[in-house]
Write a protein that binds this ligand. Structure first.
Ligand code: FES
Ligand SMILES: [Fe+2]
Length: 380
């Protein structure tokens, strides 16, 4: 696969594909990011125009994967909603059986928007001439022809699932994978709650970068230096993790305080899927907090997203109270992280023109994303 990624005369990226389980070199002195200078602290000052990316920061292409469509709570039984994603117009409806379906919105008869229609049992009937479509998109009724259609007509049906309080759509040609979930919570009973809804004035991939941008934790969030050092590990084609390996010197007050909560390093681990959905695992060893940021691009090229918070489900009355408190604290943590960044995301015109050694994790993210399967309107 040909990569065309952030190349200048002075910084070159390794063109080898990242294999699942691969630990990406954490230092630019390794073979991942090679500079022609000797010091890893060197800055590349060459400002040759950036090449076009395959997937990263593009408005017409996304990495194959699951993307959130709308909150489950906004789609009652018998309701239909119009949703736009990647410039596809969809009619998303919930049948009498409680299942959600998503169809291409424009009726294959004359193009009326099917979200103007109504749900009947588990099917969607077009408002204009009342043709009816089942969850697979097949036309099952043309009233003026006396019912059962004698011609084969259908509209496209999409893979959708409901998880974590959201309806998700699979944008891809391959077999759908699992819906993103914090890795530590896979296989355990969880409780989740939808957090805040937000709009950011930049691409979802750029928002994702923020949580692994080590420099900004010092400058924007005022954390002490060297507390975070994000080491990337590629888990699969569409899933990359970043583990914090940064140590806080015990000579600092904050270091001594943190040492009483953490056996090794401060827990701050990220998992990213398809460059648009990410989970954060953080907190002291005795209580990990789990957050998700589910993002997608709007028609205007902005980011629209939801935060979702999770905890391991505790049973009983006391357990339910603890769950509520933990979920509330996790939402507060999410709001804390969003604070400060908002100011940047209102005005940023993203252009990664000068990568430096400290951007190692960001470069790994872009590199991994560039090698994923793409999905665009051209692939059909
Ligand atoms: S446009 Fe939908 S039935 Fe005619
Ligand atoms: Fe931030």
């Amino acid at each position: 696969m040909e990569l065309d990624l952030l190349e200048t005369d002075e910084i070159r990226l390794n063109r080898q594909p990242i294999l699942p389980g691969t630990t990406l070199p954490s230092s630019p002195a390794g073979d991942y990011l090679q500079t022609s200078r000797t010091s890893p602290e060197d800055v590349c000052t060459t400002r040759t125009p950036r090449s076009q990316y395959r997937i990263f920061n593009r408005t017409d292409v996304v990495a194959e994967g699951w993307y959130w469509l709308l909150p489950s709570a906004e789609l009652n039984r018998g309701a239909v909603r119009a949703v736009n994603i990647l410039d596809y117009e969809l009619a998303v409806f919930r049948g009498a059986d409680g299942l959600v379906s998503a169809l291409d919105a424009y009726c294959p008869h004359m193009g009326a928007h099917l979200a103007e229609g109504k749900v009947e049992d588990n099917q969607l009937r077009c408002f204009f001439h009342n043709w009816c479509f089942d969850a697979s998109g097949k036309c099952t009724d043309i009233p003026c022809l006396g019912g059962k259609p004698r011609i084969s007509v259908s509209t496209r049906s999409w893979h959708v699932r409901e998880h974590h309080g959201l309806v998700w759509i699979w944008l891809g040609e391959g077999t759908p994978s699992s819906i993103p979930t914090p890795p530590e919570l896979i296989g355990v009973e969880i409780e989740s709650s939808l957090g805040n809804h937000f709009i950011k004035n930049c691409h979802p991939n750029v928002v994702m970068i923020n949580a692994i941008d080590e420099q900004h934790f010092q400058t924007v969030h005022r954390l002490p230096g060297h507390i975070l050092h994000m080491d990337p590990v590629a888990n699969s084609l569409d899933h990359i993790s970043f583990f914090n390996t940064g140590m806080v010197p015990a000579t600092q007050l904050i270091g001594r305080l943190l040492k009483s909560f953490y056996k090794n390093v401060l827990t701050y681990n990220l998992d990213y899927w398809s460059g648009s959905t990410g989970t954060v695992t953080l907190g002291p060893d005795f209580l990990h907090l789990y957050l998700m940021f589910a993002l997608r691009q709007t028609r205007e090229g902005k980011t629209e997203g939801y935060a979702v918070v999770f905890t391991k489900k505790r049973l009983g009355f006391i357990g339910a109270i603890i769950n509520s408190v933990v979920l509330f604290l996790t939402k507060l943590a999410g709001l804390y992280f969003a604070h400060g960044d908002t100011r940047v995301f209102q005005t940023i015109k993203f252009n990664f023109a000068t990568p430096i050694a400290a951007d190692r994790a960001v470069i790994s993210f872009i590199h991994h994303l560039e090698q994923q399967r793409e999905f665009s309107r051209h692939i059909e």
